[in-house]
Design a protein around this ligand. Structure first.
Ligand code: XIL
Length: 468
């Protein structure tokens, strides 16, 4: 019996040993960890939202050791909220603090295991409670606080209007009006007789409407934006006029109630002070300007917008007196028929010209007529003679003074004549001025309020000082 027991015990030991050997495969080495693939975490909605904080949340992954959290005010995560760039945390939530009230933030999460880092999660959008503080160093904030406020405008391109982009942020902070730099001209919109490409124009108008930003329409009729099909039009002159009428009617109708004003005719006067010899003058005769305004007015009224503000817009009228005279003879004529509400002064100026007096005299001609004044395309060149290779401090300050001067002139206008002061673009390097063949501009230039890095220039300070 005893021997038998010993035998059984021996066999059991042997079996256990074999089993153990089998488990460790080759005997001596411990088994390697099975390979787990680090998944992408799923960010869930924020919780505990207050005016200065919220909790970031995510769903935990069993294989993750920790998580990396990014919080940004832009959905492209081009910048980060201080302290929340790749912030490493375990668990499934983290509190984000020190935020501004009424601001929209974005967050995303990555999982981490050892040196391995997963892809970014989905992006969650969250807006803190409360109302955004009004920063008086923002142009529109200061302009809105004036006794007689006016719109501070900027020329835009539809591809800048992506939510969270740097343009979007600057635009919403600083500007209260937009003008399409080219996408609402005839050339991009009119693809043929009665056919249109509305995509870019719609996007611009929608953006303005969605964000409480005024939209100024620019421009229904301009000799430099005639589409090829119309330039090559082979019908009769009256058929040509009907095409122009149809275009004006369709565009004004589409945006009736959505935009507040239109430049109906742009740059109809030549630099020699006579009517510019455009295709419109050639085919429709001297009365074409009046016709265009009448068609715009009729279309707006028919669409139920009886307040559409109609502008005539032109350049260099402050320094070119024959041109100024001719512009105001057109304006007078339109006024007789009650077809015009305002004059747009483009103001593609330089740091030397026009003088304060020249600008005041020019603008005052619209004021005495009781018309609205739009400084419609402001930029101030500092290198019109190509004598500098970078923005020198001296030119920078001269430009600042010139910005201040025109804003001061504008701000002094009577309430009834104020409308908007629009700057022709955001960043210097994206301005139409440098190397412009239209302007015969020989070199680089820095005509706007923001530099290539989107930082404010002294020109911006000059603008603010003009509002004092
Ligand atoms: C310019 C734009 O800035 C350019 O991007 C475009 O290619 C041509 O037009 N007067 C006007 C504006 O009324 O529409 C012009 O804008 C500049 C001169």
């Amino acid at each position: 019996m005893i021997i038998n027991h010993k035998k059984i015990l021996g066999i059991a030991f042997l079996m256990m040993f074999t089993l153990l050997l089998g488990c460790s495969k080759n005997g001596s080495n411990p088994p390697p960890e099975p390979d787990t693939v680090l998944g992408t975490p799923f960010a869930s909605n924020a919780s505990n939202i207050t005016n200065t904080s919220f909790n970031v949340n995510w769903v935990i992954l069993p294989e993750a050791e920790s998580y990396l959290i990014d919080v940004s005010t832009s959905n492209s995560f081009s910048t980060f909220v201080t302290g929340y760039n790749t912030l490493e945390k375990s668990g499934s939530t983290v509190e984000v603090t020190g935020l501004s009230p009424g601001l929209t933030y974005y967050y995303r999460v990555r999982a981490k295991k050892g040196a391995e880092i997963s892809n970014n999660s989905n992006v969650i959008t969250v807006t803190t409670t409360g109302v955004q503080a009004e920063d008086p160093t923002f142009l529109k904030v200061k302009a809105n606080a004036l006794e007689n406020p006016f719109y501070v405008g900027v020329a835009v391109k539809s591809n800048q209007l992506t939510e969270g982009s740097s343009y979007d942020t600057v635009l919403k902070n600083e500007f209260s009006s937009i003008t399409a730099e080219y996408e609402m001209k005839m050339n991009p919109i009119s693809t043929g007789s009665g056919t249109y490409n509305w995509s870019a124009a719609d996007k611009i108008v929608q953006y303005g409407n969605d964000n409480g930003i005024n939209v100024h329409g620019h421009a229904l009729v301009w000799h430099n934006a005639v589409p090829d099909w119309l330039s090559n039009f082979s019908g009769t002159d009256s058929e040509f006029a009907l095409e122009v009428k149809k275009y004006i009617t369709d565009v004004v109708t589409r945006y009736a109630g959505k935009i507040q004003s239109w430049d109906v005719v742009n740059e109809a006067v030549d630099d020699n002070g006579t009517m510019r010899n455009t295709i419109f003058l050639q085919k429709m005769g001297a009365n074409y300007i009046k016709d265009c305004y009448q068609w715009a007015r009729d279309a707006a009224n028919a669409a139920g917008d009886t307040n559409l503000i109609l502008f005539y817009n032109d350049y260099a009228t402050s320094t070119n007196i024959p041109k100024q005279d001719k512009v105001f003879s057109i304006v007078d004529d339109l006024m007789t028929s009650n077809l015009i509400d305002g004059v747009g002064f483009q103001m593609h100026n330089t740091y030397l010209s026009p003088t304060k007096e020249q600008i005041e005299t020019d603008i005052n001609r619209a004021v005495v007529l009781g018309l609205k004044v739009h400084v419609s395309e402001l930029d101030i060149q500092v290198n019109q003679n190509n004598d500098i290779t970078h923005l020198t401090e001296e030119r920078n300050l001269a430009q600042k003074d010139k910005y201040k001067e025109i804003v001061t002139i504008y701000n002094a206008l009577p309430k009834a004549n104020k409308y908007a002061l629009t700057v022709w673009g955001f960043k210097d390097n994206e301005s139409w001025i440098p190397f412009s063949t239209d302007l015969n501009h020989p070199g680089d230039d820095w005509p706007l309020l923001y530099n290539n890095k989107f930082e404010i220039k002294s020109a911006h300070t000059g603008f603010l000082e003009g509002l004092d």
